[in-house]
Design a protein. Structure first.
Length: 233
């Protein structure tokens, strides 16, 4: 039997990508309800939903999270621009339900984060995150760039490695054209440069990742998970 899905943000670009993929995965998923960012959850019957996928906005995220929490529904969210308060609410809800939040649903970005851990072994290197997105991208730096920045700082500021030549600067952000997403992480010394690069060739990679995350999450217990957890499995 297929799992019944509540999709929030179904009228957006990512939502439309997910709906398109659902048509190809009808044996696994049934789209029970698709809501736009302005739609209300008041008329959604909890007993008709097995999983929530959220690609909405930071403004409505708390409402969706609260609905999932109150009704004990697992939730996958790729909504970015969340505040510290939002993240605290997410952590609180994860005590009771399985939650997977990621600023980027690509398994490739999760792999880049895994690879960055090896930067802890470098000495006398400088580091930089750089990102490119389409001109309509609202947040700058993007959630993905901030995620990579956080993972990079953790790697090169660990107790094992405090030998980088300078603090990690803020990500460099470029907006233009129709670029889906390019992210680069540089490790630079006087004599060599190491570059980790990820390119998204279309929004489909994020939709595929979201459905893969949902499939992985539906049998998990309460907790806060990430795409790195999916990758490691």
């Amino acid at each position: 039997m297929s799992s019944r899905l509540l999709l929030f943000g179904g009228s957006g670009r990512m939502g439309q990508e997910i709906i398109s993929l659902l048509g190809q995965n009808s044996d696994q998923w049934t789209l029970a309800v698709s809501l736009g960012r302005e739609d209300s959850l008041d008329n959604v019957a909890p007993e008709s939903i097995d999983m929530v996928i959220d690609f909405s906005s930071a403004q409505v995220f708390p409402e969706i999270l609260n609905w999932s929490h109150n009704n004990r529904k697992p939730m996958v969210s790729g909504t970015t621009g969340l505040s510290e308060k939002d993240m605290a609410l997410l952590a609180k809800a994860a005590r009771d339900i399985p939650l997977l939040w990621a600023p980027n649903m690509s398994l490739g970005i999760a792999m880049v984060a895994e690879m960055m851990e090896s930067f802890a072994k470098l000495t006398d290197f400088d580091f930089q995150v750089e990102e490119f997105h389409h001109r309509h991208k609202m947040d700058s730096p993007s959630g993905t760039a901030l995620f990579l920045q956080e993972e990079l700082v953790k790697a090169v500021s660990s107790e094992k490695s405090k030998k980088q030549s300078s603090p990690v600067p803020q990500p460099l952000s470029v907006r233009g054209g129709g670029i889906f997403g390019v992210h680069r992480v540089f490790a630079m010394s006087e004599n060599e440069v190491i570059t980790l690069e990820h390119q998204a060739l279309g929004r489909g990679v994020f939709a595929q990742g979201a459905l893969k995350a949902a499939e992985w999450l539906k049998d998990k217990g309460p907790g806060q998970y990430s795409m790195r957890d999916v990758l490691r499995s």
